[in-house]
Design a binder for this molecule. Structure first.
Ligand code: COA
Length: 433
């Protein structure tokens, strides 16, 4: 049968498609802005038909209605990253979190550690050979399709057609629901004075010819503001957002000095506005690959002058970095932080930067603390940490003793907290600051 006939035979409505989900199934959603909309809505509407369906998902950009208290007997959320719309469910016990490096998520599916019954994904329209692109989210979504027993795919005519290892053939999809939905957008963050100062400090560590990994949010975007005078930068990142476009258009990012994938921006998922999605559509300068390739530290390390920039919640005097929980509250997840911290530190002339405002909770708490809060998870270990950056400066920790680390960190803490931190230092190390 040719692919066009196959395609027609697989067409269904969203309501019909979700009847293939059975009680007790484990369902994986396409990631982040790739989360399908119509079929997830139809699944939630059909909730009375299901008991104990496990929803596995990472960055949640949808409505998260399956996590509402009244859905508890029908759906249970297993988060690989905790987001705004799923945080309460986990804090209140209606869901749980699975710690895993982002680059190892496909391995959980492939090795049967987290076998999938149903993958619900979103793809672009097929090309003339019957291949659909995974568009803005390739990450673990491709391996979810490859390993699930059943694949429900929304073919969205607004999904950009991205290049790289992003293609799935119509024959790999079990049910097709045609949709026309705008891709979920992430508005550009507000960049204040604190973020600008952090951005400027980070930018001072970035040399011409570096390859960058940037996380999500105001700090990465603030770093980009201070790179306008740099030359020959490249991108090898878990994700990027609109902030990168200006530097690409002005020629600062040209990927010309990259040691691998010269001339290309390498990424595993995208979150931004329609401007970004239009830019990546049919644009071979952006190559998207599965996360077990892009985030694999052994791949990341092949880039020379690799610089990773991520954020955190707390750093203790030893340089242990808590990035995903506030005490016992699981706030987010490890994501790709450690993948890139390790990849950058193994790369020739690589640097890993953890950048954060010196305080949290509207200035009431110092993020630099003698100890990690009880119950918090250490995300980046003291053995992996390299640079910590705040609006007050840069602390280099690699190769430094415990006391040197603590001194360097206290020097970039908010001045309001420095006296207390010095007292804590002297008590702890039995040594003058
Ligand atoms: N004590 C108490 N509260 C704290 C705190 C601390 N030490 N640190 C942060 N908070 C609070 C903040 O005040 C804020 O609450 P508010 O909005 O009510 O003020 C909230 O926690 C979120 O903190 P903030 O720093 O604003 O979060 P963010 O959106 O900038 O995200 C991380 C920061 C660290 C959570 C995020 O970068 C992350 O999840 N990192 C791990 C994953 C990663 O690095 N992935 C790789 C790249 S995508």
């Amino acid at each position: 049968m040719n692919w066009k006939d196959l395609y027609k035979n697989k067409l269904a409505t969203a309501v019909e498609a979700v009847t293939h989900i059975k009680s007790g199934d484990r369902v994986v959603f396409g990631h982040a802005c790739g989360e399908p909309k119509d079929t997830v809505d139809a699944m939630v509407k059909n909730y009375e038909q299901y008991k104990n369906v496990e929803i596995v998902h990472m960055v949640a950009m949808g409505k998260g209605e399956y996590t509402k208290p009244e859905m508890a007997p029908h759906f249970r959320h297993n988060a690989i990253f905790v987001g705004g719309c799923t945080r309460n469910a986990i804090a209140e016990g209606r869901g749980d979190y699975t710690p895993v490096f982002f680059h190892e998520v496909p391995k959980l599916f492939k090795k049967g550690l987290l076998p999938i019954d149903v993958a619900m994904v979103q793809v672009s329209k097929p090309d003339e050979h019957g291949y659909c692109s995974l568009g803005v989210s390739v990450d673990y979504t491709k391996s979810a399709i490859e390993t699930a027993k059943f694949v429900i795919a929304e073919v969205n005519d607004q999904m950009p057609r991205t290049y790289g290892d992003t293609f799935v053939h119509v024959s790999e999809l079990d049910i097709i629901v045609e949709t026309s939905n705008p891709i979920t957008e992430l508005s550009p963050p507000k960049i204040g004075d604190v973020e600008r100062a952090i951005g400027e400090n980070c930018a001072s560590l970035i040399e011409d010819g570096s390859t960058l990994q940037l996380g999500i949010g105001a700090i990465p975007d603030a770093v980009l503001l201070f790179l306008k005078d740099k030359k020959d930068l490249g991108i090898h990142s878990e994700m990027f957002s609109d902030g990168v476009l200006e530097l690409f258009e002005s020629g600062v990012i040209n990927n010309s000095k990259k040691a691998i994938h010269k001339g290309k921006m390498i990424v595993t998922f995208l979150m931004g506005t329609k401007r970004l999605y239009d830019f990546v559509d049919n644009n071979p300068v952006v190559e998207m690959h599965p996360v077990d390739y892009v985030n694999d530290p052994v791949v990341v390390m092949k880039n020379s002058k690799m610089v990773s920039i991520n954020s955190c919640i707390q750093v203790d005097f030893m340089g242990q970095v808590a990035s995903e929980s506030i005490g016992t509250v699981q706030f987010s997840g490890v994501g790709g932080q450690v993948d890139f911290v390790r990849g950058a530190s193994m790369a020739e002339d690589g640097k890993s930067i953890i950048a954060m405002p010196a305080t949290a909770a509207k200035g009431k708490v110092s993020r630099i603390a003698p100890f990690i809060d009880q119950g918090s998870a250490v995300t980046t270990s003291r053995n992996d940490v390299h640079y910590i950056v705040t609006e007050f400066g840069i602390a280099e920790l690699k190769g430094k003793t415990l006391q040197q680390r603590a001194r360097n960190l206290i020097n970039i803490a908010h001045p309001d907290f420095r006296d207390q931190l010095i007292e804590d230092f002297e008590k702890r190390f039995k040594s003058k600051f």
